[in-house]
Ligand binder design. Structure first.
Ligand code: CAA
Length: 271
């Protein structure tokens, strides 16, 4: 049977560290590791392979380079989506996030730089986050005329509480590593130098335990934190995300990002 480590990916790198620690690296540095459809498809294949591979006990998920973990969903690709395509795009992100959240082994998000929009959302779908001192989190979607579409509306609230999630999502404000630690978004903040090695050391502690017991604990905690209830909520989120595609503010917000200027939004409209 072919191993997931033998597969070749365009935008991902997979490495195996002993004992049983898979390092999954988002490798699209020209777009600061932004998530386009092709990358989401590759992530789905890689995560399904890692879930099934009996040699893998823990997954460490990180971004290539020092600048970004994931700078969000790909704005260039989303710019001209129709509402229907918007729903499908959000759902493909949800599928990846659900694989991270429910696969039968722990996934540690090693956030090495910008984790914005879909980047914060993918990190939140992992079991927990370890941040480099250079990490920057945020949900800047409302500044693009959209909302978080990969589960952020719910997983952020679950991590930091509803009032804090509301403030962060309504303002799009960025959160640096020390604040992320203070509000409970991340478990540890580590020096940028030697960051990935240090996260792998954390993973080693988990990999040394009973994999079956760890897996059972994970599945209970995921069910306990209402994954089933979450399914209904993220479905509603995907449809709301889709409804904003094609709106004046979405075209204006993403157009402004691409043209490197400030957006000029309409007032409150019925979308
Ligand atoms: N999508 C597509 N391309 C992106 C990107 C994204 N999310 N983020 C960065 N890039 C690209 C830039 O367009 C740029 O490409 P060019 O060199 O071809 O112009 C390249 O990556 C480098 O980016 P910058 O020049 O902007 O780098 P910077 O250091 O000046 O700024 C940054 C870094 C603050 C992360 C900035 O790139 C930024 O604000 N990126 C967008 C972040 C964002 O809004 N993310 C949310 C996306 S929406 C979303 O994720 C929806 C969802 O929930 C599903």
């Amino acid at each position: 049977m072919s191993s997931v480590f033998d597969k070749s990916f365009e935008n991902l790198v997979l490495q195996l560290e002993t004992p049983g620690i898979a390092v999954l690296i988002l490798n699209r540095p020209r777009a600061l590791n932004a998530l386009n459809s092709a990358t989401l498809r590759e992530l789905r294949v890689a995560l399904m392979g890692l879930a099934e591979d009996s040699t893998v006990r823990v997954v460490v998920f990180t971004g290539e380079g020092e600048k970004a973990f994931i700078a969000g969903a790909d704005i260039a690709e989303m710019k001209d989506l129709s509402p229907g395509d918007g729903v499908a795009f959000a759902q493909s992100g949800h599928e990846v996030a659900k694989l991270l959240e429910t696969m039968p082994k722990p996934v540690i998000a090693a956030v090495n730089g910008f984790a914005l929009g879909g980047g914060t959302e993918m990190a939140l779908a992992c079991d927990f986050i370890i941040a480099s001192e250079k990490a920057v989190f945020g949900q800047p979607e409302v500044g693009l005329g959209i909302i978080p579409g990969f589960g952020g509306c719910f997983r952020l609230a679950r991590a930091v509480g509803l009032p804090r999630a509301k403030e962060l999502i309504y303002s799009g404000r960025r959160v640096k590593a020390d604040e992320a630690m203070a509000i409970g978004l991340v478990n540890h903040v580590l020096p940028a130098e030697g960051f990935l090695k240090a996260v792998i050391e954390h993973a080693r502690t988990i990999a040394g335990q009973s994999a079956s017991a760890v897996s059972k604990a994970k599945s209970l905690m995921v069910e306990f934190t209402e994954a089933m209830g979450l399914n209904t909520k993220i479905d509603a989120e995907a449809h709301a995300f889709g409804r904003l595609m094609g709106s004046f503010d979405q075209r204006e917000g993403m157009g402004a990002f691409t043209e490197k200027r400030k957006p000029n939004f309409q007032g409150l409209t019925n979308v």
